[in-house]
Design a protein around this ligand. Structure first.
Ligand SMILES: [Zn+2]
Length: 285
């Protein structure tokens, strides 16, 4: 094995190297000892068997793991559902019917085969909303603080834009566990996962604007998130808020964004502005 150090190949009158032009060395195939090829064949066959065995073991363990993982996932969903049904308020035909109508209408427009279950959750001051996907069900949780803020204008439009944003996450596949599992290895690339997440948020913002049919409603939904005050949000000066973007130092804004799952709100508002014509032109109803 390895290099020939015996010196026999360099004997005079025995042209081991047939082509020395331009420094390239080509050894004639006849130099290979017949036993090498035979043993290589045996070694390759043994290695192939070992690799097949390894793949079989991995697949076997994989199948054995799938069953307990599926049970754990199913149990987690049951606990999640029990927690919501026992402690939050589910939107239905006879429970907040205006919101229920909106959820059903928007879901149909997005072509969702199953309307997500929407719950109003006591967020204890938190101003947020989120789309959650479990094995069997799709959920949207609307924190009460955000709902109050959005409805403080007396219109359902802002709530519609936020609801549309969360429905957008479901409709665009952002919450799919299969997609998450497929993309999991890409998380090894620094900052790529966060960049993808931020892009998904911009998409969901566009879906919210599309469903609400109004950039203003979508923007007010975002500024409500930024301000968080029920009293001050309706008085918010949008131009002044957007001027804050000009005060940002690019380098630090970039660093701040780098690992954030959501783009900064000033930028989200600008993106809505930039995409308004294109998005609303595709409504067609
Ligand atoms: Zn989102």
């Amino acid at each position: 094995m390895g290099g020939d150090l015996s010196g026999r190949g360099a004997m005079q009158g025995s042209p081991v190297v047939t082509n020395l032009s331009a420094g390239a060395a080509v050894a004639p195939p006849a130099l290979r000892h017949p036993q090498e090829s035979a043993y290589f064949g045996l070694a390759a066959a043994a290695a192939a068997l070992a690799w097949l065995f390894l793949v079989w073991i991995v697949l076997l363990i994989g199948w054995l793991l799938i069953i307990p993982l599926a049970i754990i996932y199913w149990l987690a969903e049951q606990f999640f559902r029990a927690q919501l049904l026992g402690n939050a308020v589910r939107v239905k035909e006879d429970q907040f019917p205006e919101i229920d109508r909106m959820v059903k209408e928007y879901s149909a427009r997005l072509g969702l085969t199953k309307t997500p279950d929407v719950f109003i959750v006591n967020g204890e001051g938190m101003v947020n909303a989120l789309a959650v996907r479990r094995l069997r069900g799709k959920y949207i949780l609307l924190m009460s603080g955000l709902v109050d803020l959005l409805l403080s204008t007396g219109s359902f439009n802002e709530l519609g834009a936020v609801l549309g944003h969360e429905l957008g996450h479901h409709a665009m596949g952002h919450t799919s566990p299969w997609r998450s599992a497929f993309l999991a290895p890409s998380r090894l690339v620094p900052f790529l996962g966060a960049a993808y997440s931020r892009a998904c948020e911009l998409t969901a913002d566009r879906v919210g604007m599309w469903l609400a049919g109004s950039k203003e409603a979508a923007v007010r939904g975002l500024t409500a998130l930024a301000c968080g005050s029920r009293v001050l949000t309706p008085q918010l000066n949008l131009a002044s808020f957007l001027a804050q973007e000009r005060e940002l130092v690019g380098f630090f804004a970039f660093l701040n964004d780098l690992s954030s799952s959501h783009p900064r709100i000033t930028r989200r508002v600008e993106e809505l502005d930039a995409g308004e014509a294109e998005v609303l032109a595709t409504r067609g109803y």
